[in-house]
Design a protein around this ligand. Structure first.
Ligand SMILES: Nc1ncnc2c1ncn2[C@@H]1O[C@H](COP(=O)(O)OP(=O)(O)O)[C@@H](O)[C@H]1O
Ligand SMILES: [Mg+2]
Length: 283
């Protein structure tokens, strides 16, 4: 039997999903704006809504989703990149039941991976795309090549900013850099640590106007999360705030965000994230 025939028989016995996961990159221009908290709590909330969610901690500089989840994984993305294990072997169960691929610092050399290593990683990640409904990617901050690969390759980008002028200008820099690589960017702005909804909407409006004028790019409003002392106290307890304090205002906002992201689900198109990312990294 030829290799192709064997594969065809396997697929008949175990039909592959016709859809691949929707990939949402959670990103920002500046660090410390709340990306990881948003990614982890959104993962928990979407799981509560019945979605199969995998969170990939791809912040190659300061990976810490595992810390927020009180996990001490032995295997990380670094082992996968080194070819020492598969992604599914590195997958651990996060609080509330989502799947987490723990990140690893010191992977900044990923852009310099050889073609063989990159293909291996991409193939592994494509398998992940076939089992999950939603693949959330917590990227690093800024516009380095690794971050940009994920930001450009994803189906949607959730750009997290605070009302601080530096966070806002850095958020714009990421959008601008990504828009140069790809025209059809789905960009949503999430304003974290806002005083109130009016302040968040004003921040969004500033970014929207500049993106429309200078990039000819429509960007959408994803919502806001207020400054909430329960967020920091959940971090200290190493529990997602939506589980630790389900009634706190930040949790209500994550709930709205999850419903909005789910409702506005786009049907993933074309190549998966990692194939696009690989193409992009390969230049
Ligand atoms: N809505 C919020 N209200 C209060 N504090 C927050 C809020 N969001 C984030 N923080 C604080 O900011 C810190 C950094 O958040 P984190 O998610 O690690 O940011 P990033 O991943 O962007 O670097 C958290 O440890 C928390 O103390
Ligand atoms: Mg982070």
């Amino acid at each position: 039997m030829s290799k192709d025939q064997a594969q065809a028989l396997r697929e008949l016995a175990h039909p592959r999903r016709s859809r691949r996961a929707r990939i949402i990159a959670v990103t920002s221009g500046k660090g410390g704006v709340g990306k990881t908290n948003v990614a982890v709590n959104l993962a928990v909330r979407l799981t509560q809504m019945g979605r199969c969610v995998v969170l990939l901690d791809a912040d190659l500089g300061t990976a810490n989703a595992d810390v927020l989840c009180n996990l001490s994984p032995t295997a990380t993305l670094a082992h996968v990149v080194a070819g020492r294990m598969s992604l599914s072997e590195a997958l651990v169960e996060g609080p509330g039941g989502f799947g987490l691929i723990p990140g690893a610092s010191g992977l900044a050399q990923m852009a310099a991976l050889g073609a063989y290593e990159r293909d291996r990683l991409v193939d592994q990640m494509q398998q992940l795309e076939l089992v999950a409904d939603i693949l959330l990617v917590d990227t690093g901050a800024g516009i380095g090549p690794n971050v940009l690969g994920f930001v450009v390759g994803a189906d949607q980008r959730l750009v997290v900013t605070t009302p601080e002028p530096t966070a806002v200008t850095d958020a714009y820099a990421v959008i601008k850099t990504a828009a140069r690589q790809r025209r059809d960017l789905d960009v949503r702005i999430l304003v974290n640590m806002a005083k109130d909804v009016a302040e968040a909407k004003a921040v969004y409006e500033r970014i929207r106007a500049v993106c429309a004028r200078f990039l000819d790019l429509p960007v959408q409003y994803a919502g806001c999360i207020p400054v909430d002392p329960r967020v920091a106290s959940a971090v200290r307890r190493r529990r997602p705030f939506v589980l630790e304090y389900p009634q706190t205002p930040a949790s209500a906002c994550i709930g709205q965000l999850a419903h909005r992201m789910d409702r506005h689900a786009v049907e993933p198109q074309g190549h998966g994230l990692l194939r696009r990312m690989a193409m992009w990294l390969a230049g």
